[in-house]
Design a protein around this ligand. Sequence first.
Ligand code: TZP
Ligand code: MG
Length: 219
Amino acid sequence: MKFKPAMLQVYLVIGTQNVEQQPARLLQVVQQALAAGVTAVQFREKDGSQLDAAARVRLGKAIHQLTQAADVPLLVDDDVQLAEQIGAEGVHVGQTDDTVGPIRAQHPDWIIGLSVHNEAELQASQADLPQVDYLGVGPVFATDSKPDAQAPIGVAGLQAVQAQTELPLVAIGGISETNVHELSAVPTIGVSVISAITQSSDLQKTVQLLKTKGATHEN
Ligand code: TZP
Ligand code: MG
């Protein structure tokens, strides 16, 4: 699937750690979020997952069936082999994960995203940038979903990274229905969320709100 910046409009990140370790609940959230209009999904199963390798592949394939039916890309956090086994559309890697060059060489048609915390990390990633489709930038706000998250960079921090790159950006970290409008100050971005969606009681409303207030991409 060819990358388009509009895929970043509302980007759901999810693993069983976000849904009380219940794969069935994860699939339900993904299905409802797709129906509500999310534009990308990332399967992010963190260390300490109760799923063994085979169970991750099974769950990943089940997620992929849902995303394919909705014509939405599925990316896998930080696990090239799992992405290959699932047949996912790509991977999202962090600063301490694999470098992007060899992944791109193996998978010319994948969508590849890279996490960047601030301008210093952007500079440190220069060699990888030509191989990446988009950058995930944050945490913008304080988050309860990532125990090892760095300090929030705020909208100003997001703006500072944005000023230094032409790559499409997706903001992440603590983005909610109540603060998403603050991001509209920064052009050409989308929003990536865990808890705003996994803890929503009205996914249709949540996704629409994130889409209209958070993202400025149309193409
Ligand atoms: N990377 C930076 S913050 C974060 C990740 C994966 C967690 C985002 O979760 P939430 O619940 O949307 O703050
Ligand atoms: Mg990682």
